[in-house]
Design a protein around this ligand. Structure first.
Ligand SMILES: Cc1cc2nc3c(=O)[nH]c(=O)nc-3n(C[C@H](O)[C@H](O)[C@H](O)COP(=O)(O)OP(=O)(O)OC[C@H]3O[C@@H](n4cnc5c(N)ncnc54)[C@H](O)[C@@H]3O)c2cc1C
Length: 318
């Protein structure tokens, strides 16, 4: 069984920053990911533009040069790939961690490929793998997706986009511009307040001019092969529909955190950790990145979790 000082679960931007910091400080590390490098970013919509400027997505002072001040998904994929290459980081990809437990002073980690022993473990598994389901009849139909990729598929189709956040609004505008008949189904009274400031006027004008139909205070109740039904201010409505893009958010893998014996606090299931060291209630087990927010997935992002790596490694070395 291979052993290491620091086992890092998740090769997203923050897991990568943990490996870089470990290497800088002479700690032996193993970095694994169940998918490709920065797998979550790889699964973002093809044309997605980050709301952060590229300098705020940088790791280890490696400049992130992008065409526009806010980079696109494909630029970020290439940036993080080059960061890994230039720092000589060796991620083990397509290897999923399925179990971990502490035995005396070490952790035993089981992946889909082998077992490991580690003095310390970082969970940097993000929140993009588990969609926040609407739990309505028909959500399992093929016409329903929680992951928007690109708009061409929806051209000349009747598309319902569920949600009010950046992902929903980006998808709605992209589909509208590919000739889809777009209907927005929004649970609250308005388009989300955190929608990117340069996108907001666009969507509000499209709704006002009637190019995109929007229903507010509306909740999906049922999806069938040719229709979608929802309650608008409590009264039932049904419209013709070909596709449903449900941008209803994502959730961390809480079952994984429970399996690791991490305490989850309050209604937001916030994992328990010390913000000065990122150490959880299990000594030697750390959290890094957006997983730290529990249900509040909007709280942490790359910009504000890049220092987690330094906190973790200095705690280990203290
Ligand atoms: C549409 C969208 C736009 C965003 N825009 C911005 C932005 O502009 N600026 C910003 O700062 N942030 C933004 N964010 C937030 C932020 O980019 C991400 O959440 C970011 O990916 C967080 O990095 P991370 O390393 O914490 O998690 P992730 O990038 O999600 O990485 C987690 C990794 O863990 C792996 N993993 C999960 N479970 C296991 C397991 N059991 N075994 C092995 N590997 C596992 C996953 O495959 C994944 O690669 C955006 C998020 C979304 C969804």
């Amino acid at each position: 069984m291979r052993s290491t000082d620091l086992f890092i679960i998740g090769a997203g931007p923050i897991g990568i920053s943990c490996a870089i910091e470990a290497k800088h400080k002479g700690l032996d590390y193993i970095l694994v990911d169940k998918g490709c490098l920065v797998n979550s970013l790889y699964n973002y919509p093809l044309g997605m533009q980050f709301f952060s400027s590229s300098d705020r997505l940088e790791l280890d002072q490696i400049p992130f040069c992008s065409i526009e001040s806010k980079p696109k998904r494909n630029e970020a994929l290439e940036y993080y790939r080059r960061v890994v290459e230039s720092r000589g980081i060796t991620p083990q990809l397509f290897e999923k961690v399925v179990h971990l437990e502490k035995q005396e002073d070490n952790f035993i980690i089981q992946t889909t490929k082998e077992s490991y022993k580690a003095k310390n473990v970082v969970i940097a598994t993000g929140f993009f793998d588990i969609p926040n389901l609407m739990n309505v009849p028909g959500e399992e139909l093929n016409k329903v997706t929680h992951y928007f990729k690109e708009a061409h598929l929806y051209s000349n189709q009747k598309v319902a986009v569920v949600g009010a956040s950046n992902s929903a609004i980006d998808a709605a505008l992209a589909c509208y511009r590919k000739g889809a008949e777009v209907t927005l189904i929004i649970r609250g009274p308005e388009v989300g307040p955190r929608v990117k400031y340069w996108v907001r006027p666009d969507i509000l004008n499209r709704i006002e001019e009637g190019s995109i139909k929007a229903y507010y205070n509306a909740e999906v109740s049922e999806i069938t092969p040719d229709q979608i039904s929802f309650l608008e201010n409590g009264s039932p409505k049904t419209i013709e529909n070909d596709f449903v893009i449900a941008m209803t958010g994502y959730l961390p893998d809480f079952e994984f955190l429970k399996m690791a014996q991490i305490n989850l606090e309050g209604s937001n299931l916030k994992p328990s950790y010390d913000p000065s060291t990122m150490e959880t209630n299990i000594p030697g087990l750390f959290l890094a990145g957006v997983i730290c927010g529990g249900m509040e997935t909007h709280k942490w992002f790359i910009e504000n979790s890049r220092d987690h790596a330094q906190k973790i490694v200095s705690r280990i070395l203290s």
